[in-house]
Design a protein around this ligand. Structure first.
Ligand code: FUB
Length: 338
């Protein structure tokens, strides 16, 4: 499989590269970092990677995570606190396995953890859990968010509104929802057709449901055409994130099998977004997944790679490095290794 091939190459590469940033923690494996600043402290909501007997395949069975930890720090070069286990799959009635990339949001003194997991039929849904503290522990709602599907939720607060972005193809099952309901047969467009699009929905007042059915996020090329399925260097694969800089909305995402973090910009939080370029070149490991946050006047990219595990693609480590927007609002491409 593609996963096995990339890992074989990465196992060789990992010993010969010098990373620009160290792992934030080394006592556990962590991935998919979603960073937010709450109470003047950076909180990171990552996946918690574990060893597994599951096979390495393109469906992502090797990502067999069962719980979440929260990390936090107040000095970007200082100590990182692991707040321990904040939610376990066994405490989520609707979920069966694969606690993948989460995110969090704050509203009216409550903190909300949004996460994907497979339900008892093996279908990915999105769930939400609540806490009074940013570091948890979180208590899950008994049911998944109604009308939710696929993976990788990311919540962006725009004034009074909160938008949840989500989606991922291949193991993330977005290709099984092209007709509005789950179809176990994969339905990918032709290479010269529009690529499968990530989704967005406004969240309800109580933050526990979608306020509306999820809509497509359009990603356009420089001519204003939808990015095509065959354009694997630029099409959306998984891991959406939104930030705002200088009045412009930035939608960033992983290109999956071409291993880039790319971005597109728009005047509106729901797009259409126009493709702009690459934020992060490929890391050691098959997946690449990130978030972007401003802290004390500087912008940071949070990402992961597999250097600590010597290139094992399901054992990743969260990292951070400074991110620069130039005078034209373009993001300077980051090379993860010297
Ligand atoms: O961590 C499991 C999955 O791998 C995430 O949901 C994807 O974004 C990829 O990083």
């Amino acid at each position: 499989s593609d996963a096995e091939l990339k890992q074989a190459m990465d196992l060789k590469k990992a010993n010969n590269l010098i990373a620009i940033a160290p792992p934030l923690v080394t006592h556990i494996y962590t991935a998919d970092p979603s960073a937010h600043v709450f109470n003047n402290r950076i909180y990171i909501y990552p996946s918690h990677d574990i060893e597994t007997d599951q096979p390495l395949n393109d469906n992502g069975d090797q990502y067999a995570m069962k719980d979440y930890h929260v990390l936090s720090l107040s000095d970007v070069k200082g100590e990182v606190t692991d707040h321990g286990k904040v939610l376990d799959v066994d405490d989520v009635p609707w979920a069966s396995c694969q606690m993948w990339a989460p995110d969090a949001a704050h509203k009216n003194g409550h903190y909300y953890l949004y996460f994907p997991a497979r339900d008892h039929d093996g279908i990915f849904r999105l769930g939400v859990a609540r806490s009074k503290q940013p570091e948890g522990p979180f208590t899950a709602e008994p049911e998944a968010i109604q009308g939710s599907f696929s993976i990788d939720p990311a919540v962006y607060q725009d004034g009074e509104d909160y938008y949840i972005y989500f989606g991922g193809i291949w193991g993330g099952q977005l290709q099984n929802w092209t007709e509005g309901k789950f179809n176990s047969v994969d339905n990918y467009p032709q290479d010269n057709e529009a690529a499968i699009m990530p989704k967005v929905a406004k969240l309800s007042e109580d933050m526990l449901q979608f306020a509306e059915p999820a809509k497509d996020i359009q990603i356009l090329d420089e001519k204003g055409n939808l990015i095509q399925q065959g354009d694997t260097q630029r099409r959306f694969f998984e891991g959406p994130w939104v930030h705002k800089y200088d009045g412009l909305y930035y939608f960033s995402y992983s290109t999956g099998d071409t291993h880039m973090i790319a971005y597109a910009t728009s005047e509106s939080p729901t797009g259409p977004f126009t493709y702009q370029g690459v934020i992060l070149e490929p890391v050691v490991g098959w997946t690449t997944h990130h978030s972007i946050a401003e802290y004390q006047g500087n912008w940071y990219l949070f990402y992961h790679d597999c250097m600590l595990s010597g290139g094992q693609s399901h054992l990743r480590s969260v990292k951070m490095t400074e991110l620069i927007h130039d005078d034209d609002g373009k993001i300077k491409t980051i090379q993860p290794y010297k």
